[in-house]
Design a protein around this ligand. Structure first.
Ligand SMILES: [Fe+2]
Length: 182
C-alpha cells in the first residue's frame, strides 16, 4: 500500500505576534494619526485612509527585511525589494468591505490600535458551499468557507493578495497598517 497526501492549491497565511516593540508601535501610531485623507470606496462609515498617498507609510528596514524573508516561502518572483504601505483609521461602526489587493502578490496587515474584532478571509473556492458540514468548530482548514483571525495590537498577518477579506471597527480610533508587495 502506498499513501500520498497532496496539498493542492494551498493558501498560506502567516500570523506573527509581537512584531513591533512598544517604541515602534508608538512611532507608527503617531504617523497614522497625522494622516487625514478622504474616505476611500472601501469604507462604509467613519474611516480614513492614506491608501492614495504614494509615499510609503512604513519605512522600517526591519519590516522590509522580515517581509522579504516571509514571502520567500510563497515562492514566485518579486519585481521589487520594496513594498507599498498605508494606514486605515476607523471609528466605531465603520466597515472595510470585502476586497482583494490588485496588482500585488503578497499583502500584510499590522495592528496598531485595535480593541478586539476579527479579520475574516473567504475561501476562494466557488464550490466550497457544497460542503455539508457548516460548523467551523468541527471542520478543518480543507473545508472552511471563511476563517477569522483575532485583531491584536502588534500582530502582523501576511496573506496572498488575491485572498478576499474584510473587517469591521468595533471601537473608535481603530488603526491598522496595510501593505502590498509585488
Ligand atoms: Fe485589505
Amino acid at each position: 500500500m502506498q499513501k500520498t497526501n497532496l496539498f493542492l492549491f494551498p493558501t498560506l497565511v502567516k500570523v506573527i505576534d509581537d512584531f513591533l516593540n512598544d517604541e515602534e508601535l508608538k512611532e507608527l501610531k503617531d504617523k497614522c494619526e497625522k494622516v487625514n485623507k478622504e474616505y476611500t470606496r472601501h469604507f462604509e462609515g467613519d474611516g480614513k485612509t492614506s491608501h492614495d498617498i504614494l509615499e510609503n507609510l512604513v519605512t522600517s528596514e526591519k519590516i522590509n527585511n522580515e517581509l522579504n524573508d516571509y514571502i520567500k516561502e510563497y515562492g514566485g518572483v518579486f519585481y521589487s525589494d520594496d513594498y507599498q504601505s498605508w494606514s486605515n483609521v476607523q471609528n466605531k461602526g465603520s466597515s472595510l468591505n470585502a476586497h482583494t489587493h490588485p496588482n500585488s502578490t503578497v499583502s500584510f496587515v499590522l495592528y496598531i490600535n485595535v480593541d478586539g474584532g476579527v479579520l475574516t478571509f473567504r475561501n476562494p473556492n466557488p464550490y466550497v458551499h457544497y460542503t455539508t458540514n457548516k460548523d467551523p468548530e468541527n471542520s478543518s482548514e480543507f473545508l472552511f468557507s471563511t476563517y477569522s483571525f483575532d485583531c491584536i495590537n502588534k500582530r502582523m498577518i501576511i496573506f496572498p493578495s488575491w485572498l478576499e477579506h474584510w473587517a469591521y471597527s468595533n471601537c473608535d480610533n481603530r488603526i491598522v497598517i496595510s501593505g502590498n508587495k509585488n
